[in-house]
Write a protein that binds this ligand. Structure first.
Ligand SMILES: Nc1nc2c(c(=O)[nH]1)N[C@H]1C(S)=C(S)[C@@H](COP(=O)(O)OP(=O)(O)OC[C@H]3O[C@@H](n4cnc5c(=O)[nH]c(N)nc54)[C@H](O)[C@@H]3O)O[C@H]1N2
Ligand SMILES: Nc1nc2c(c(=O)[nH]1)N[C@H]1C(S)=C(S)[C@@H](COP(=O)(O)OP(=O)(O)OC[C@H]3O[C@@H](n4cnc5c(=O)[nH]c(N)nc54)[C@H](O)[C@@H]3O)O[C@H]1N2
Ligand code: SF4
Ligand SMILES: [Mo]
Length: 746
């Protein structure tokens, strides 16, 4: 810790790196961050942080982080002015757009977009300007099954219930490892602490995971499950509850349709039948089903490991089915819908248009559209397969699909076939090296921050705004996306980003005016707009959202209501309380009820019987992933404090499996899948179940033409060279866990 200094400046900000939204205290001296600590006064995180948050200063200072646009030339990239860069984008994009085939330009948006409110708000303008059906994002290598199920059941794919961990007494957790990941689709800083508290007050934590993870080690019970079989096992739990007449949906019964056919639908999934396929003995399944049903406040939570695997949608469905059958959906201590602080209350109607998928299909493989997206697993084939609608240009925004999406080397080769590519990214990395133009947004400390996205998934309605720590010479990310949108619309490289600012704000105004209890009726709209706070246009949009949201000051209606100004005055955040019951008001299904059984679900139940339940148990070696505490997908490996000093990218294997193959700890091994083969060191551990091996993703740096001095020296291969372009089912999510592999001495 540095000695304090009279010129030190202490600032508070929310960490934008993962979903936990920790409050940080940064000490700045001579325009450098000299210390990062957890902000003990933060209303939500109370001082908690992890090593990634500590590295934010290092990320800002990283000499390899891009500060100027880059344009590709015959001899490599050269630095360019912003005007030159946008002119190059216009020159590259217009000839393709002029051919009149709107699907010829694709967009891929990566995970950091969801941690960046400017990018989040303005991405919409870009998508709209291009009007392409080829929109892809990290959602289809992550959580799309969860959205599909919320869409089908509740009519709103964004209505994602989260465990009420503060009051829960029995938490059944599958395919999640919050001890390393800090939680996902479940915003709660210091989840390890909250889970310890759950157990301390007499609650029970049961973890289902092919590996004995750190989370599993802190649980009351751990059950190893064969990858890709969670849906089967969860269906067996539901069967026990239904057939033993333990279901008590209580008040949910009145607002749920589809309870009647369950007996028939679930009949084949007996604990005995599924046991050999899942690797969990029937006696445990029976007992856990009974315990789950008997608990007055239980939650079933399934995450990444179950979604990015075979039958991910069905696993997500069976998860919510259990929460409904036990009466724990929307109940204190069960799973509840976060309240949000800036979104105009969704309440009131209890019914709506519902959710549809498959409004269009991908050209080559016919995958269904979901939430206006196509599966990124199919992007490479959309680029390489000739024909009308072939993707000829790609814009990547905050994404590194070459390392993060399946069959990455196939995608990398496809990117070389594009006529034109633009990356909005802070690094010249494995993906952006393929771009013709790279546009670098400000660092995380050069922009203001508000969690537009994760407050929707939070166990408390918390609002926290952080101003930029450092000033920035270049363009904001929202301005970059606005300029791209204007180019796409044919308004030229010089067009003023303010056009898009005005349109986005106007859209919000119109939406508010259309609201039955509009806050703007009887208001002078010009005056309201002039009163919006914020140094940047995206901040004024944020102010509008805050002021019109459920906690908002309502444009003068509530003196103590929320606004950007009020948040500025509260650097440790404002807490508007915990989870509250929200049904049936939140439902947007056509019937106004929870629609448990749909055609999509019935078809998946038929498919899992044929393809899993009625097949002999598999004995192939299956590859799964592994997140580690200091990692963040593919992109923090250039920071010495996080990436060096430990060997991460090693293959974990059970000693019995190694013995059978004549392998020993530390051996160099060749992993082969149907997609490719890679070489990595082997580490033996009995923490992984036999028949399963694990390799972290996000490695495989060191590719020619990248500018990542530290990362390029980190050993490791890309797990996504091994994964295949296979999707799990109706959500189009890639199957990243449970990939069949062979392992042999290298
Ligand atoms: N095998 C396997 N594959 C996986 C996973 C797995 O567990 N196993 N996990 C999946 C999951 S959950 C996810 S979310 C995806 C992530 O997939 P992606 O989002 O495609 O990949 P990231 O590695 O997160 O890359 C983020 C990119 O954003 C850039 N970046 C960082 N901050 C900013 C910013 O503020 N603005 C802009 N414009 N760029 C920025 C980084 O330099 C990097 O290039 O990977 C998925 N892939
Ligand atoms: N340190 C760190 N934190 C992160 C990230 C990171 O890269 N590093 N990434 C962030 C992102 S983008 C996300 S989406 C979240 C994800 O956060 P989580 O949802 O918690 O996901 P993981 O940490 O990948 O844990 C998934 C677990 O599923 C297990 N698993 C694999 N296959 C199966 C299966 O078929 N069934 C079951 N039951 N389990 C299986 C794995 O062994 C692993 O322990 O983490 C976020 N936080
Ligand atoms: S847990 Fe997540 S939000 Fe908290 S400091 Fe670490 S990376 Fe940042
Ligand atoms: Mo993710």
């Amino acid at each position: 810790m540095p000695d304090s200094n009279a010129s030190d400046r202490v600032v508070y900000r929310t960490c934008p790196l993962c979903e936990a939204t920790c409050g940080l205290e940064l000490t700045v001296r001579d325009e450098r961050v000299v210390r990062v600590r957890g902000d003990r006064d933060d209303v939500f995180s109370a001082g908690y942080l992890c090593p990634k948050g500590v590295a934010l200063g290092e990320l800002h200072d990283d000499a390899d982080r891009l500060r100027q646009p880059l344009i590709k030339t015959a001899t490599g990239f050269r630095e360019a002015s912003w005007d030159e860069a946008f002119a190059a984008v216009e020159a590259g994009l217009m000839p393709i757009l002029a051919r009149g085939e709107r699907n010829a330009v694709a967009i891929y948006a990566g995970n950091p977009v969801s941690h960046n409110f400017g990018a989040n708000l303005y991405l919409r303008a870009l998508i709209r300007a291009l009007a392409t059906q080829n929109f892809y994002s990290a959602s289809t290598v992550d959580q799309m099954p969860k959205h599909v199920v919320s869409g089908l059941l509740f009519g709103d794919p964004q209505a994602l219930p989260v465990p009420d961990v503060e009051h829960c007494e029995f938490l059944l957790m599958l395919g999640a490892n919050p001890w390393e990941s800090n939680g996902s689709l479940w915003t709660a800083p210091n989840l390890p602490g909250r889970l310890k508290a759950l157990r301390k007050r007499g609650g029970k934590l049961v973890v289902v995971d092919p590996r004995r993870t750190r989370t599993a080690a802190h649980a009351d019970e751990h059950h190893a499950i064969r990858p890709g079989t969670d849906a089967l096992w969860l269906l067996a739990l539901a069967r026990v509850i239904v057939f033993e007449r333990l279901a008590k949906p209580d008040r949910l019964a009145k607002i749920t349709s589809g309870l009647e056919p369950l007996r028939e639908l679930l009949a084949p999934f007996t604990p005995q039948e599924v046991a050999a396929r899942c690797g969990i003995a029937a006696e445990h399944t029976l007992r856990l089903a009974r315990e789950l049903a008997a608990s007055p406040a239980a939650a079933v939570y399934a995450r990444f490991g179950t979604h990015a695997a075979r039958f991910g949608t069905l696993a997500a469905w069976a998860t919510e089915l259990l929460n409904v059958l036990t009466g724990n959906l929307d109940r204190r201590g069960g799973v509840m819908f976060p309240r949000g602080v800036h979104e105009r209350s969704r309440e009131g109607t209890g019914g709506g248009k519902g959710f549809r998928l498959g409004r269009w299909r991908s050209r080559v493989h016919g995958h269904a559209e979901v939430m206006s997206e196509l599966p990124v697993a199919t992007l490479a084939d959309e680029i390489t397969t000739p024909g009308r609608g072939q993707v000829r240009a790609l814009l990547t925004i905050a994404g590194n699909p070459v390392l993060s999406t399946p069959d990455g080397s196939h995608l990398a080769a496809a990117l070389e076939q594009l006529e034109f590519m633009v990356s909005v990214d802070i690094y010249l990395n494995e993906t952006s090296r393929h771009a013709d133009v790279i546009l670098p947004p400000p660092s995380a400390l050069e922009r203001s921050h508000y969690d537009l996205f994760f407050t929707r998934l939070s166990i408390r309605a918390v609002a926290n705004y952080s101003p930029a720590v450092f000033t920035h010479e270049g363009l904001s990310e929202s301005a970059i996306l606005a300029r791209l949108a204007l180019i796409a619309r044919g308004e030229g490289a010089q067009a003023d980003a303010a056009i898009i600012d005005g349109e986005l704000l106007d859209e919000l105004v119109q939406r508010e005016l259309a609201h039955p209890q509009s806050l703007l009726s009887e208001r002078d709209i010009e005056q309201v707009l002039a009163s919006l706070d914020g140094d940047e246009p995206c901040e004024r949009i944020l102010d509008f959202l805050l002021r019109s949201g459920p906690q908002g000051e309502g444009f003068g209606r509530r003196v103590d209501g929320l606004s950007l100004a009020r948040l500025r005055a509260h650097p440790h955040g404002l807490d508007f309380g915990g989870l509250e019951a929200q049904l049936p008001g939140l439902l947007k299904t056509p019937s106004g009820r929870i629609e448990l059984v749909s055609e999509v679900v019935s078809a998946e139940l038929t498919r899992i019987r044929a393809q899993l339940l009625e097949q002999p148990p598999g004995d192939a070696l299956l590859l799964i992933g592994r997140r580690e505490f200091q990692s963040n997908n593919s992109w923090l490996h250039n920071l010495p404090s996080l990436a060096t000093g430990h060997a991460s990218c090693v293959l974990h294997m059970h000693p019995d499996d190694a013995q059978r193959r004549g392998l020993a700890d530390g051996d160099a091994v060749r992993i082969r899948s149907s997609a490719a083969e890679v070489l990595v060191p082997l580490a033996l551990t009995s923490d992984i179940m036999s028949g399963v091996v694990s390799l972290p993703h996000g490695y495989g740096h060191g590719l020619a033409g990248t500018r990542l001095k530290v990362a390029n020296g980190v050993n490791g291969a890309s797990a996504n060279d091994l994964t295949e372009c296979v999707v799990e089912g109706p959500s189009g999510n890639a199957v990243l866990n449970g990939v069949m592999v062979d392992v042999a001495a290298a």
